[in-house]
Design a protein around this ligand. Structure first.
Ligand code: ADP
Ligand code: ZN
Length: 644
C-alpha cells in the first residue's frame, strides 16, 4: 500500500499540471459535470487516490459514491487497475452501473442475476483491464473462485482499490447486519497492499467501532461529515386521524411528487397504499411479505417513473439513491433516531427542498414501549433499547429546534449551543409552538389512576380515566360509580386533546406504565411519585393544527399533475422544462434506466432556464459531463428548437 501510494504521489509531483485531466477535480468536472466538491469529498478523494485507507461517515444523500468513484477513475488512469465495489444491494447494481456508463465510465457488476456467459464475459473484460469499477456482493467476493481471479489480477498490479459500501452491514449493532460482511477481512489479509475505503451513513459510536474492528481499519483515516441535511424540513405532528392528515399533507404539499410513506406493519402498508390509490395518488405497497418479483417491480416503478409514492415497511430503502424523493412520511413512530434519520435521509438527495413528516400519538408510545417489554431479549439490552426510544420521544415532544436535537444525538452541535438557535427549516423554528405547563394536569391524572385503583382494586384504560378527570358522565363511569371519586371532574377545564398530550408525556417519561397484557390499562410506576410531588415539570406544546394542515402552499397555483420545476421558471421556460422531461423519459426507457440517471431535474431546469442555442451554451451546466454533452447535446438543442 505504501508503495502504491508513494508511486502515485511521485507521478502527481512530476506532472503537477498535466493537461490529461486526471486530477480529482478535473474528473469531477469532466466526467460528472459538477462544479465543486461537497463538504469533505475533496479530502477523501485525495487521500484515497493517494493510496490511503479511509472510513467515511456521511449522511444519506451526502455524496458517498463520488468518494470512491473518482479515486477509482484517477487510479485506473494512473495505471493501478480496477476498483472492486462491495455492496449488498444486488437489486440496484444494474442502475448504479448504468449511471456510470451514462457518464462514460467503464463499469460492470457480477451477481446472481447474470447468466454464466454474461458473468464469464465480465471476468474476461476484467482480466483485459477494460473495467474501471466492478460491483459485486460480498458472498461473491469471498468465494474461492473469485478470490483466485483477484489473485491473478493482483499479481499483475491491476487491483487498485476496495470500496466497501454500506459498511455498517458488518456490525450487529447496525440495523442491516449481513454475516457475509464479516468474511471481508479476507481482502485485507490476502491483499494487504491494496487500499480500502469503507462507507456508511450509520454514525453511532458502537457501529463505528465495530466497523473499524471487524474490517481491521483501525489505521484508516476516518472522515466524519456533518450529519446536517439543511434542505430537509422536519415536521412532527400530533396524530388525530392520521390517514386523513397524511392525505392532506400529500395533496397540499406534494401533489405529483415522488415520496415514501413508512408504516410499521405489512397490513397497514396495504391499507394505506389502497387509500392513497383511491384518492388518486399513484401509490404502491412494498413489504417483505410480497412476492419478490412484485417487490422488484414496485421498486423499479418507483425508481423509473415520476411521482410514485411508495408505501412501505422499513424493508424498503437501503441503497435507494433516487435523488428526487420529495418527502418521507412516517405514519408510525420508528424505533429510534438512527432509523428515523436514515429513513428521512432518503428525501432530497438532490439538495432541493424536501420534507420529513411524522405523525405521532399516544398509541405509538404505547406500542413501542410494549414491543420492548415483550421482547425476549436480556434486560440489559432492553434498557439500551428504552434509552434509544426515549431519545426519539424527546425529539417528538420537543418544543425547540428539531434539527438541534437530531444532530445532538449524533454528537454534533448546531449554532454553538446557543439556547434559542433557529434552523429556520423545522416546524418548531418556523412556527414556534405555544407551550403550556401540564404539571397540574399530570398530577390530576396520576391521582385519578391512584384513587381508582385504591377504591375498586381495578385498572382502567386511558379513555375512561380521562373521562373521570374531565367529569364526563358516561355509561362506564356510572357503572363503576366513579362520579363519587374525589378526583371526578377535577380537570374539567382541560380538553381531551390536552389530557392526551399529558398522558403521552407521562408514558414517555415512564411515570405511567401501560399493561398491554391487560387491555392497555394504566398503572403508576416508581417515577409517578416525583411528578405527583411536583418535582418533575411537564412541559407541553399547545395542540394546534400545524400550518401544513391549516393552509395550502399551492406552489404557483399548480394543481395536481401540473409541472413543477425545482427552480423558479417563467412560462416559456416551464414549457421547455416539460419538453425536456418528456424527452428524458423516452431516453430513459430506451436505455432501461431511471430518468434521473440520464439527467437530474435540477440539470433539466438549468437547461430550460438558459434556453441554450449552441453547444457552448450547454457547457458548465451542473450535471453535464463531457460524455453526456457528447451523447445528448444535439438532442437537447433540438428539443429547445422545437419549443420556439
Ligand atoms: P450517498 O451515497 O451518500 O447517499 P450519493 O452518492 O448517492 O449519496 O449522492 C447523492 C446525490 O448527490 C447524487 O445524486 C449525486 O449525483 C449528487 N452529488 C454528489 N456529489 C456531488 C457534488 N460534488 N456536486 C453535485 N452533486 C453531487
Ligand atoms: Zn429548527
Amino acid at each position: 500500500m505504501e508503495f502504491a501510494g508513494a508511486a502515485h504521489i511521485l507521478i502527481a509531483e512530476t506532472n503537477p499540471s498535466q493537461t490529461t485531466g486526471d486530477s480529482p477535480l478535473e474528473i469531477l468536472h469532466d466526467v460528472f459535470g459538477y462544479p465543486a466538491f461537497r463538504g469533505p469529498q475533496q479530502a477523501i478523494v485525495e487521500h484515497v487516490t493517494g493510496g490511503g485507507d479511509a472510513l467515511v461517515l456521511m449522511p444519506t444523500g451526502g455524496g458517498k459514491s463520488l468518494c470512491y468513484q473518482i479515486p477509482a477513475i484517477a487510479r485506473q488512469r494512473a495505471g493501478y487497475g480496477f476498483t472492486l465495489v462491495i455492496s449488498p444491494l444486488i437489486a440496484l447494481m444494474h442502475d448504479q452501473v448504468g449511471a456510470l456508463h451514462e457518464a462514460g465510465v467503464s463499469a460492470a457488476f457480477l451477481n446472481s442475476t447474470l447468466t454464466s456467459e454474461e458473468a464469464s464475459d465480465v471476468e474476461r473484460r476484467l482480466m483485459r483491464g477494460e473495467i474501471t469499477l466492478l460491483y459485486a456482493a460480498p458472498e461473491r467476493v469471498t468465494s474461492l473462485r473469485f478470490l483466485a481471479l483477484l489473485d491473478s489480477i493482483h499479481e499483475r498490479g491491476q487491483l487498485s482499490l476496495f470500496a466497501i459500501d454500506e459498511a455498517h452491514c458488518v456490525s450487529q449493532w447496525g440495523h442491516d447486519f449481513r454475516p457475509e460482511y464479516r468474511g471481508l477481512t479476507v481482502l485485507h489479509e490476502r491483499f494487504a497492499s491494496v487500499p480500502r475505503i469503507a462507507l456508511t451513513a450509520t454514525a453511532d459510536d458502537l457501529t463505528r467501532a465495530d466497523i473499524l474492528e471487524r474490517l481491521q481499519l483501525q489505521e484508516a483515516q476516518a472522515f466524519v461529515s456533518s450529519f446536517d441535511r439543511p434542505n430537509i424540513r422536519y415536521t412532527i405532528v400530533e396524530k388525530r386521524e392520521s390517514t386523513q392528515q397524511l392525505l392532506r399533507f400529500i395533496q397540499r404539499e406534494h401533489a405529483g411528487d415522488a415520496g415514501i410513506v413508512y408504516c410499521q406493519s405489512r397490513r397497514k402498508v396495504e391499507d394505506i397504499a389502497q387509500t392513497l390509490v383511491e384518492a388518486g395518488i399513484d401509490a404502491l405497497p412494498y413489504h417483505a411479505g410480497l412476492d419478490s418479483k412484485l417487490r422488484q417491480r414496485h421498486q423499479d416503478r418507483f425508481l423509473r417513473e415520476e411521482g410514485v409514492v411508495m408505501v412501505a415497511t422499513i424493508a424498503f430503502g437501503m441503497g435507494i439513491d433516487k435523488p428526487d424523493v420529495r418527502f418521507v412520511a412516517h405514519l408510525d413512530m420508528p424505533k429510534n433516531i438512527e432509523g428515523y434519520y436514515q429513513e428521512t435521509g432518503r428525501a432530497g438527495r438532490d439538495g432541493l427542498p424536501a420534507y420529513a413528516w411524522m405523525g405521532y400519538g399516544l398509541q405509538d408510545v404505547v406500542n413501542q414501549r410494549r414491543m420492548i417489554d415483550e421482547s425476549p431479549a436480556a434486560e440489559e439490552f432492553k434498557q439500551g433499547l428504552r434509552g434509544k426510544l426515549d431519545a426519539l420521544l424527546g425529539l417528538a415532544e420537543a418544543t425547540d429546534c428539531r434539527r438541534v436535537r437530531l444532530l445532538a444525538y449524533f454528537g454534533e452541535q448546531l449554532g454553538d449551543g446557543q439556547p434559542k438557535y433557529s434552523c429556520k427549516n423545522c416546524d418548531n423554528c418556523l412556527n414556534p409552538p405555544d407551550i403550556w405547563d401540564g404539571t397540574d394536569a399530570a398530577r390530576k391524572l396520576l391521582s385519578t389512576i391512584y384513587r381508582v385503583q385504591q377504591t375498586s382494586g381495578m385498572h382502567f384504560g386511558a379513555g375512561h380515566l380521562m373521562d373521570i378527570v374531565r367529569g364526563k358522565v358516561t355509561e362506564k363511569v356510572t357503572q363503576y360509580d366513579h362520579t363519587s371519586l374525589s378526583t371526578f371532574g377535577i380537570g374539567a377545564d382541560f380538553s381531551e386533546i390536552q389530557l392526551r398530550g399529558v398522558l403521552r408525556q407521562l408514558i414517555a417519561l415512564g411515570a405511567v406504565a401501560v399493561d398491554a397484557q391487560a387491555f392497555n390499562t394504566l398503572h403508576l410506576t416508581d417515577k409517578s411519585r416525583a411528578v405527583l410531588r411536583g418535582e418533575v415539570a411537564v412541559q407541553l406544546r399547545e395542540s394546534v393544527s400545524t400550518p401544513a394542515e391549516r393552509k395550502s402552499r399551492s406552489k404557483s397555483g399548480a394543481g395536481p399533475g401540473a409541472i413543477k420545476a425545482p427552480i423558479a421558471l417563467d412560462g416559456a421556460a416551464l414549457e421547455r422544462y416539460a419538453a425536456l422531461k418528456a424527452w428524458r423519459a423516452e431516453v430513459a426507457r430506451e436505455h432501461n434506466l431511471p430518468a434521473y440517471v440520464i439527467f437530474h431535474d435540477a440539470t433539466l431546469a438549468a437547461i430550460a432556464k438558459r434556453a441554450p442555442q449552441s453547444l457552448e451554451d450547454l457547457q458548465g451546466i451542473s450535471g453535464m459531463g463531457t460524455k453526456k454533452l457528447e451523447a445528448y447535446a444535439d438532442a437537447v438543442l433540438k428539443v429547445m428548437m422545437q419549443g420556439e
